[in-house]
Design a protein around this ligand. Structure first.
Ligand SMILES: [Zn+2]
Length: 428
């Protein structure tokens, strides 16, 4: 590619800097909170108008019957396609349009999209309406520069990434939207920073473990069997054997932050005994021996690990606990699982993006893997499309935080990189 083309693209993006800010502000001011899934239709309609004006063919797709979809909270998705003049690949930019709850601690209006210096503040600026806006501006700048481009550009805005993506990317992938026949390259503009390429994510296994006992009067615990004490033994055995074992399992995946470069386990919740009373209840709890105790475990595993083995470690632990406790009974129930994914560093989208980062920023791209999952899992597993990365502006640590912001110059630079990737893959 000639440096002239790179310069022209950079100039087209720079000329749209105010537009980039305004677009991000408009998107942030549509509060697409999930749960419960607010204003999904509004944000899709807004983007449909915008992309329609830019010459995209736009489709709005409701994930009817998906988890969370209802008449009051329909799960709307948008897919927009700009067809070029000749045969060629399709490059698809996928952003989720939902944002997480506001939470406490804000000093700015979470949906005001206030500009202060080089920053835009608000819920979803970083995760990931800034990335979505950057991809729209990048596409518009590229089309203005290369109106006779080959192949096709797609931009999607999808629902429910923050709650698993089942009414969004998973829904579309199951219906062929990410079939390698129609889409060849995918960039997900999640906030991994403008100089880094995210190749994939670790695996996930969530399970619920329940220990069983026998209810009795709290003054005569010897007549019952305390399920909480059984769970205490399970947790003690985890401390003694499982956590030390996980700390020894290191990965070659370049996971960030560094602490996530090993297997991890979190106890997401614990509950035993009578249900907690409402905050306004002024009475005392009744004395009973708990007959049930439950925990939810959140195990994150590595590409080097096998999910069946990950599960066996826990079932073997429960068997060890049972061997020492004559009345021990328990049940384990799978809640959710995701295999780890990692795109090859030699994949075309990785190489093109790395080259574009070097041209725009004058430094080598970093390669990272995310500690938690995002929609790449559905594109990889359901869509069977391996040529997929996350690349977008923003600082990951700010996601889901109070006073979330995105840098305007970061968005502009990321848009230049995206436009250059389109040029490399689709220029006539
Ligand atoms: Zn996100």
């Amino acid at each position: 590619m000639t440096s002239t083309l790179a310069d022209r693209l950079a100039a087209e993006v720079a000329a749209r800097r105010d537009d980039l800010v305004a677009l991000t502000q408009d998107l942030v001011r549509i509060p697409t909170l999930n749960p419960p899934g607010l204003n999904y239709r509004e944000i899709c309609d807004y983007l449909a108008q915008r992309l329609g004006r830019a010459g995209f063919a736009v489709e709005l797709i409701r994930a009817k019957g998906a988890p969370g979809d209802s008449a009051s909270h329909p799960r709307w998705n948008l897919v927009a396609r700009h067809q070029g003049t000749g045969a060629g690949d399709c490059i698809h930019f996928n952003s989720h349009h939902d944002v997480v709850e506001v939470g406490h601690g804000w000093t700015r209006d979470p949906f005001g999209a206030e500009v202060v210096g080089d920053r835009i503040y608000g819920r979803g600026t970083c995760d990931m309406k800034g990335g979505l806006a950057a991809s729209v501006i990048a596409a518009e700048a590229f089309i203005a520069t290369c109106p006779d481009h080959r192949g096709a550009i797609e931009i999607s805005a999808t629902a429910d990434e923050e709650s698993g993506g089942f009414g969004g990317v998973a829904w579309l992938a199951e219906r062929g939207w990410f079939d390698p026949e129609r889409v060849q390259h995918v960039i997900i503009p999640e906030p991994l920073h403008k100089d880094r390429i995210c190749l994939g994510h670790r695996g996930v296994w969530w399970a619920e473990i329940e220990t069983r006992g026998r209810i009795a009067h709290g003054s005569m615990p010897f007549l019952g069997d305390c399920a909480v004490r059984h769970m205490g033994a399970v947790l003690a055995e985890m401390e003694r054997t499982l956590f030390p074992l996980l700390a020894t399992k290191r990965t070659q995946m370049p996971v960030i932050p560094e602490g996530a470069r090993q297997s991890t386990l979190n106890i997401n919740a614990i509950h035993g005994g009578a249900a907690e009373q409402a905050a306004d209840y002024t009475g005392l709890p009744a004395p009973c021996v708990p007959d049930r105790c439950r925990i939810v475990i959140d195990r994150r595993f590595l590409i080097e690990e096998d999910l069946a083995e990950v599960k066996r470690e826990v079932t073997a632990l429960l068997e060890r606990v049972g061997a020492d406790r004559p009345s021990f009974t328990c049940e384990i129930r799978d809640l959710f699982e995701v295999q780890p994914v990692m795109t090859d560093r030699d994949a075309p989208i990785v190489r093109s993006t790395a080259a574009a980062i070097e041209t725009v920023l004058g430094r080598q791209a970093g390669y990272v893997v995310s500690p938690g999952t995002y929609d790449q899992k559905h594109i990889d597993r359901i869509g069977r499309l391996k040529n997929c990365i996350a690349y977008g502006p923003g600082v990951l640590d700010l996601a889901h935080q109070p006073d979330e912001w995105v840098g305007i110059t970061d968005m502009q630079d990321a848009a230049c990189v995206m436009a250059l990737v389109m040029a490399e893959l689709l220029a006539p």
